[in-house]
Design a protein around this ligand. Structure first.
Ligand code: FCB
Length: 457
């Protein structure tokens, strides 16, 4: 949601998280900000770090000139598939007790029906390495990327395509259920629909009215896929797993504000974005029904579809009504002046993290995990304070009694940032893409300090 931005001159938009009241520590013992057992993690996804997968839609897409801003491809990325032992040592060095990682279906079924058991064994090795290090693994089953062959058949737009996807889920689970007990089914269905079917910046590059129609089908089929995954994960875990099973979803949530709070049209458009982008998908899972715009309330599941709610939070958007943007549903994004920004020009707005946690808990009443939060900051000048201010929003929510179970910083390593390529640097750990050398950024050491003390100050 980045284009067509306009300057905001108003000062009013520079909110910061309120200062927490000082707490009296026990004599001789400093009070902790985070409860014991809080999950301090980092997050990654397969395409963005693994390398070596030529069967994915992103490999094809990034090979076509003009699709990736810096002309890079995801073919090698951080070569994590081969270098995971070194990267797992870094997790330990940072004191992390949790790690969110992904898998790419295309790696395991590069052509229909051709299952790669060697790749599955390799994945087992990765998961086992994490288990031996006592790191709790949260596994994302779908993080945007698809096998090119499945996308060529219509990908998420066709309901008939769900059975092959669910066969992959069974293959995966049969292979690793004994090593994993926490899952994210789908990462950011809202961002996927927007980037791949409304703006056309991601494969398959659809947009316009056709894209809009397809995006509804994509959302609907992803809801159904989530149900299918939950059934299969529960069934296979009952047989093979360890009984700590937790299943969640990771939604990208935007902190939204109307440009002119007293303008009914701005308020209306903001509410529309809030519903369609932030809530429409997860409302279906909460209700066990296909709700508008994905359906007419059809019941799709009995019982709960989520054990926790994952929030990916990065930034705020300010929304105005614009009569001249009918193709953008009369929505215009405004850009506040005088705010701090990341290398990708995303506003740094920690208060927003508190707000999306509070609102999500009020809406769904589920335990919360911050499954992504981070900053593109090549110089590492802003990351440490970004971490601190956003964690302070988490602490504020905890103090209000909201069960936030963990925080996974995006990202462990510099990585392939989709259409932005390799130039956006999100890592706690810098990667030299020529030598594949890793080096801890100073902010990583700050994070370690917070983890070790359980305190922000
Ligand atoms: C999120 C994606 C993640 C990464 C970050 C920066 O929307 O889930 O893969 O690209 O943004």
């Amino acid at each position: 949601m980045a284009s067509k931005a306009k300057k905001v001159t108003k000062k009013a938009q520079s909110g910061r998280a309120k200062k927490r009241p000082a707490r009296a520590p026990h004599p001789g013992k400093a009070a902790r900000d985070f409860p014991r057992g809080f999950l301090f993690g980092a997050a990654t996804s397969a395409t963005q770090i693994d390398g070596g997968d030529r069967a994915s839609d992103w490999y094809e897409f990034s090979g076509r000139p003009g699709n990736i801003r810096d002309g890079s491809s995801c073919l090698i990325a951080a070569d994590h598939w081969n270098r995971y032992p070194e990267d797992h040592r870094i997790l330990t060095k940072l004191g992390l007790n949790a790690y969110r990682m992904g898998v790419d279906w295309s790696r395991f079924e590069s052509r229909p029906g051709e299952w790669d058991h060697q790749a599955l064994d390799h994945l087992r090795g990765m998961l086992d390495s994490l288990r031996r290090k006592k790191i709790r693994t949260l596994l994302t089953i779908n993080h945007f990327t698809l096998p090119a062959w499945w996308l060529a058949r219509g990908g998420w737009t066709r309901r008939e395509n769900l059975p092959p996807f669910l066969r992959f889920v069974e293959f995966l689970l049969e292979g690793v259920a004994d090593l994993v007990d926490e899952y994210i089914t789908i990462n950011e269905p809202n961002v996927y629909g927007y980037m791949a079917y409304l703006t056309g910046q991601w494969p398959p590059g659809e947009s316009g009215l056709r894209g809009l129609r397809l995006s509804r089908a994509v959302g609907r089929n992803m809801v159904l896929a989530h149900c299918g995954m939950v059934e299969r994960i529960r069934k296979i875990h009952a047989r093979k797993g360890k009984g700590n099973l937790r299943i969640g979803l990771a939604m990208h949530l935007l902190a939204l504000e109307p440009y002119r709070p007293d303008n009914a049209m701005d308020v209306d458009r903001t509410g529309r974005v809030d519903f369609l982008f932030n809530h429409a998908f997860s409302d279906c899972l909460h209700a066990g029904r296909l709700l508008a715009p994905y359906g007419r309330g059809e019941k799709i599941f009995d019982g709960s579809l989520l054990d926790f709610f994952g929030i990916n939070y990065y930034s705020r958007r300010i929304i105005a009504f614009d009569l001249f943007s009918p193709r953008r549903f009369f929505i215009r994004e405004m850009e506040p002046d005088n705010v701090e920004r990341s290398d990708l020009h995303w506003e740094i707005y920690p208060e927003g993290l508190y707000r999306v946690i509070r609102d999500s808990y009020a809406r769904y009443g589920l335990p919360i995990r911050i499954t992504e939060n981070g900053i593109a900051d090549a110089s590492d000048e802003k990351r440490a304070s970004f971490l601190r201010s956003h964690l302070s929003s988490v602490v504020r929510a905890l103090e209000e009694g909201i069960p936030v179970e963990g925080y996974y910083h995006w990202s462990l390593l510099d990585n392939f940032e989709w259409a932005e390529g390799l130039t956006a640097r999100f890592g706690l750990v810098a990667v030299d893409y020529v030598t594949q050398e890793r080096s801890l950024r100073p902010s990583a050491l700050q994070y370690r300090k917070i983890i070790q003390s359980g305190r922000l100050t």
